[in-house]
Design a protein around this ligand. Structure first.
Ligand code: CIZ
Length: 303
């Protein structure tokens, strides 16, 4: 039996044993997406985790996402698929720094991108994802917004609102790496392609694209479009569901490679090890949990 087939069978057995549900982010390796019960972006995964009835959620993604699952489904054990799968963007802001910024802008409502630690969400008014940022900013009563931690997403949202946006200077290494020049050279190779990029890309990259979309929005766009060729400006794990769901269409990544090293830490082997040992349980201290949940619940009520 192949190595992969064996791992898949072991995972199926462990799922029964642990009464577990496996969820995976759109950026996970194809093999990992294929063993998951549900694949989606962080918003879809958060919404799904509210209603999962199982003893264990195995979260194939990065830590802040697993923390959200633990906050939203308190009776369930949440295991992260690799102990060190984090998010450098989320790590760009800490609680002390956020408190300083809040003192500097006392009138501003803090809108925290979900790519933040639970302790940061606990200090924020409301969360948003790349799928609903402008909707959230426009729905809350405040006219002044302190947007953390991704300046590119914040800048993109600022083009969709009249509100005053103060942008914290964090960024995603993976998305910020791609340049306007790479988009232009991809367009020369595929002049007929639709260009879809993630709002964590730089403003000059977004300016060259046909649309700036979250991963779930890219999946919907590709499915509904009459176009046949697409250039994709986000983590290349998304190519897997794009190609699977649209076998008659062509998808190419912009640039040479587009890889989030943390998303790629999870493999079938780390999923097996996590489930066998019951390790990497993600817990959030109670007093942080309650306040972070408020910010997440405010988002879920708007979206
Ligand atoms: O919100 C998410 O899941 C992230 C980090 C990206 C995306 O657009 O799906």
């Amino acid at each position: 039996m192949s190595h992969h087939k064996q791992a898949k069978e072991t995972i199926a057995g462990l799922k029964k044993e642990l009464n577990a549900v496996i969820v995976a982010h759109n950026y996970q390796l194809p093999d990992v997406q294929d063993i998951a019960d549900f694949v989606g972006d962080s918003l879809e995964l958060a919404q799904r985790c509210v209603s999962i009835k199982a003893e264990t959620i195995v979260f194939c993604g990065v830590r802040f996402m697993a923390e959200m699952a633990a906050i939203l489904n308190p009776g369930t054990t949440v295991l992260l698929s690799h102990p060190d799968a984090g998010c450098p963007l989320a790590d760009m802001i800490d609680v002390a720094t956020l408190r300083q910024w809040k003192e500097r802008y006392p009138e501003a409502a803090v809108v925290a991108y979900v790519n933040t630690a639970a302790a940061i969400k606990a200090e924020s008014y409301v969360c948003c994802t790349s799928a609903n940022g402008a909707e959230i900013v426009n729905a809350i009563p405040n006219e002044e917004i302190l947007f953390i931690p991704d300046r590119n997403l914040g800048h993109y949202i600022s083009t969709k609102t009249d509100k005053k946006m103060i942008l914290y200077p964090g960024f995603c290494h993976t998305h910020a790496r791609i340049t306007a020049k790479e988009v232009e050279s991809a367009r020369q190779r595929y002049p007929q392609a639709k260009i879809l990029v993630h709002p964590e890309c730089r403003p000059e990259v977004i300016a060259l694209a046909d649309a700036a979309l979250s991963t779930s929005q890219m999946l919907r766009y590709a499915a509904q479009s009459n176009h046949k060729v697409f250039l994709i400006g986000t983590e290349e794990g998304l190519l897997h569901p794009l190609r699977k769901q649209n076998p008659d269409k062509e998808f190419h990544i912009i640039g040479d490679s587009f890889i989030c090293p943390d998303m790629k830490k999870t493999t079938l082997e780390t999923v097996v090890a996590t489930m066998q040992t019951g390790s990497n349980a993600v817990t959030v201290p109670e007093e942080i949990k309650a306040r972070a949940k408020q910010a997440i619940d405010r988002m879920l009520a708007i979206t």
